[in-house]
Design a protein around this ligand. Structure first.
Ligand code: DC
Length: 230
């Protein structure tokens, strides 16, 4: 059967990654969490004490670091490795969320991440979630979804995720972080967060994860039908 690229873009904490992971697993496709890659660069710069405007060092970092994903043998969880070290939990911390939009506006960082993402999806059969997948990384993706949801609900989801990793953060701080990231992500010059003309809008405020997954799978069926199921 034809292997597709499924692009799931949208605002932070709308359920993109949960939906993308489930769809990838059902279709036996690869899953790429592109936000995790920008988070990994941010973690590395913070840990090395590199200023976000030191372009010479950032250029060097981008040449040297390795960002890979590996599936955990027992949990099946897709985990991010930075220079061979599992950083899946570190990159989710609030200190990273607070800085990642500043790093992801840097054109050099975007070019390096986009090139790696295009390489990861070159054989197709991939579900990728992010902000610019349907517009910049794979403008030819057969299925494009653009997710949105009420900001307070998104903040509650993020608060639950952080609590599960032992980090207690007040709801107001998370709402402020989401609003700031939405603003920075949508207004940056280089591949801003925006809905591709051919992306379908999915508001996840009042629907369950199972309904989100069904919605995407319906689009996959239509895309396969259009492609003649070959
Ligand atoms: O999906 P996330 O919240 O983990 O993403 C973290 C940040 O990375 C997000 O605020 C913006 C940036 N990002 C991006 O600029 N382009 C992408 N394709 C994915 C994420």
């Amino acid at each position: 059967m034809k292997q597709l690229v499924i692009a799931i873009d949208g605002y932070s904490s709308c359920g993109k990654s949960t939906t993308a992971k489930a769809v990838a697993s059902l279709l036996h496709y690869a899953y790429v969490d592109t936000g995790a890659m920008y988070r990994a660069v941010t973690l590395h710069l913070l840990e090395q004490g590199i200023s976000f405007d030191d372009m010479a060092r950032i250029e060097q970092v981008l040449r040297e670091i390795s960002i890979t994903f590996r599936r955990h043998r027992h949990t099946g969880r897709n985990e991010l490795f930075l220079n061979g070290v599992n950083c899946e939990d570190d990159i989710r911390q609030m200190r990273i969320s607070n800085s990642v939009s500043e790093v992801s506006v840097i054109p050099m960082v975007r070019h390096a991440m986009v090139a790696q993402q295009q390489q990861m999806g070159r054989k197709r059969g991939v579900v990728m979630d992010g902000r610019d997948i349907g517009t910049t990384v794979f403008p030819d993706a057969e299925v494009k979804i653009f997710m949105t949801a009420d900001v307070e609900l998104r903040a509650r989801r993020r608060q639950d995720e952080l609590a599960a990793t032992g980090e207690q953060v007040p709801l107001e701080d998370i709402i402020e972080n989401l609003r700031k990231r939405d603003y920075l992500d949508s207004t940056r010059a280089e591949s801003p967060l925006r809905r591709a003309a051919d992306a379908v809008l999915l508001d996840t405020t009042h629907i369950t994860i199972a309904e989100q997954v069904d919605f995407v799978l319906d689009r996959v069926s239509s895309a396969l039908f259009m492609a003649g199921w070959d």
